[in-house]
Design a binder for this molecule. Sequence first.
Ligand SMILES: [Fe+2]
Length: 453
Amino acid sequence: MASPSRQPEPLTPLLERLAEARANTDALFARIAPEALYDRPIPERHRLIFYLGHLEAFDWNLLGHGAFALPPDNAAFDKLFAFGIDPVGGNLPTDVPADWPSERVVRRYVARVRERLDARLADAFAGAEPSREVAGGTLVHVAIEHRLMHSETLAYLLHQLPYNKKRGERTRFGRPIGLDKPRMVGVPEGEATLGLPRHRDGLPGHSDDAATPFGWDNEFNLTIARVPSFSIDAYPVTNGQFLEFVREGGYSDRRLWSDEAWAWKSEKGLQHPFLWSESRDGWTYRGMFEQYPLPLDAPAYVSHAEASAYARRAGKALPTEAQWHRAAYATRDGDEVEYPWGNEPPDQSRGNFDFKAWDAVPVTSHPFGASHFGVHDLLGNGWEWTSTIFAPLPGFEPFPFYRGYSADFFDGKHFVMKGGSPRTAACMLRRSFRNWFQPHYPYVYAKFRCVEE
Ligand SMILES: [Fe+2]
């Protein structure tokens, strides 16, 4: 719906969402044993203490220093905690725990940033001539979603911590509904709408559609793709199905792997998915808070390279981003819906997302989340790999206040993921949202399904 004279979003709900997002990441840090804050659970990433300071440094650099031009309180910390690491082809970080400030000092920084920022935001939203981006809410959306994305990637880090250094409860499944024989469903030729229409005033991060008021720079502009007919797996590939691939020698069949993937897999000595272990008693799965027997009905979490090898062996392929959109959002009468199940907002009956669980559940757990064509488990329970290399949509412009957010990753080395994981916030289940990762990163909660053209 076009809204030529769009009103600024009401401030209070947005500030409430910022407070909720803070409560979310605070609760996550509270699960980590204090001595583990200086651990580096994933060798390519920062120590956990970095992220404690980073969330506030980001908000401060964006809003406090950026939009409001406030004088710094702790310029050294604003810089120290400014940037994360993207582990493509880089050397591993070599800092030691003693390089980092104490938890007490970092927490004081966090509290101070919140205090100063909240006072200024309250003023801005009370109508005291805030900058246009702040008034429109774009920068606050950016702060909220940046934090919620970190809540998810922090979960990947937490996943790799030893069990005695974190606390939480294992995800309990309902009784799994048995998966009848894996099957594919046909999706007829038609159009897929990617991205969002840019608002006519050109305000970055805003769309013309009142129902989807915010998007990251890579979600613009709206693009229509024509997609020939294809068939797609009705459910994501399960651990049970992937186990057959493992048992039948998929990891040692050179023909299934690209040169790069083969070199990576050989160097790491991979013989099965990263979170699996084989013992005398059979296969087990490394869940977030407990090791348990491999859940055969849950989706297989694998890297893009492993997903691609599986698809090749089946004589199939990973879906393109546009095919995924067709399977998820298209209807038989040529319309498109906002979510696979229709236009109602996400709730717990539709999928495993929005922080309700720590691990994947059986792929048959959410029949009310199925798409018009009967494709299940699309949103939540694990992102889904596509074969599409992450690249700008036509008309892309980087956010002026965060130029590298997407553009730094348009390097031909990252693939688009769609859907969402158990640790993805509901606000990022919007149709235009695009996630991306490099193909050999084993820590991401990513599943896949195959297509046949
Ligand atoms: Fe960040």
